[in-house]
Design a protein. Sequence first.
Length: 454
Amino acid sequence: LKISDLVDESYKRIGRVEDKVQAFLTLDEEQARQTAKTLDEKLADGSKQGLLFGMPIGLKDNIVTKGLRTTCASKILENFDPIYDATVVQKLQQAETVTIGKLNMDEFAMGSSNENSGFKMTRNPWDLDRVPGGSSGGSAASVAAGEVLFSLGSDTGGSIRQPAAFCGVVGMKPTYGRVSRFGLVAFASSLDQIGPVTRTVEDNAYLLQAISGLDPMDSTSANVDVPSFVSNLTGDVKGLKIAVPKEYLGEGVNERVRQSVLDALKVLESLGAVWEEVSLPHSKYALAAYYLLSSSEASANLARFDGVRYGYRTPDAESLIDLYKKTRAEGFGDEVKRRIMLGTFALSSGYYDAYYKKAQKVRTLIKKDFEDVFEKYDVIVGPTTPTPAFKIGENIDDPLTMYANDILTIPVNLAGVPGISIPCGFDGGLPLGLQIIGKHFDEATVYRVAHAFE
Ligand code: GLN
């Protein structure tokens, strides 16, 4: 097998399905074919190969790539060509993957359906009238549609796991600090993590292996050993203690979703694991705390898009203030503006203590809920989402219902722990996801449990 053929297959598949799925914002075909050629020469002379040698990969469009357009699906970055590569991109180069293109997302990763993209709507390959999830909708849809083998997404409040569940693929949000955020366009810096989206758990473990580790360019990346995730895929879950939060199977979770989780637990039981019901009592405050904290951080992070330093600049400004105002009014979409306003308000003097500070306290309590459970249990298991993929347009005018979609994934980000979504049955022909959550930096156990289903 030649890498050029593999890359060719990828673009052929894109040629066949992309007008329906619309997962990509930018294709990098010329460069990809060039890379493939170089790798084929290495293949011929038998020199040492990288961990993911020749694997075609897609990257969410908030991961900066040198010379390759990076838009965050925002008009404000419509023509932005970065001058450096994100650390994960450099690591992929060491692993010798081939970048096929950049993937659609909700603008600045704010959304759960890809309907907030400033450019186009990615569709769910299982049902083109439905959303692929978000914000990493392109990352999940491209893998599900067979356009690429692997992709990278980012997860601030469910954005890898929810689309993975909706598209029937495997998506991992690593422990906060496991993967460098250098070169990930910031949404909410204390929550953002890059992670792998793949077809299988094994592929996922390989991809996380390739991108993990301490990075001097990101002070929040952790100085913690990266174990071999792949050698942990033993299939052995005997004696493992699983916690199932009652809040994760309660009200609002659809019956098929609940049943599919109970079926998965039976499988784990038959393999020698034991499970018990537990409580994460502060989960009910997670959504409120998340939207305050993430919007606050976003309002600060997005201040840099001022029409001077990056991307779009309004053509008709009369003064500097006017330049800022018009550039941002014309460049940002509605959801981004909504978050900036909410965040600016929550951080403003007189309101900071009542909203931002209080949300930080709630975050500490949520983290403690997880730590308490992990004193006695190895992993937490539950659904990834309360329902399967919804119809395009169904929730668009109702931000609160849209936000509620992430109710089961967001606590994981607030606690900073790792969580994976793996395929777990169907509801009316639409895939469902099983979420497996682990202790800080214990992705190895999460993968081991997830792999038991393969
Ligand atoms: N849907 C959530 C939001 O809109 C999560 C986004 C994310 O994880 N990037 O904020």
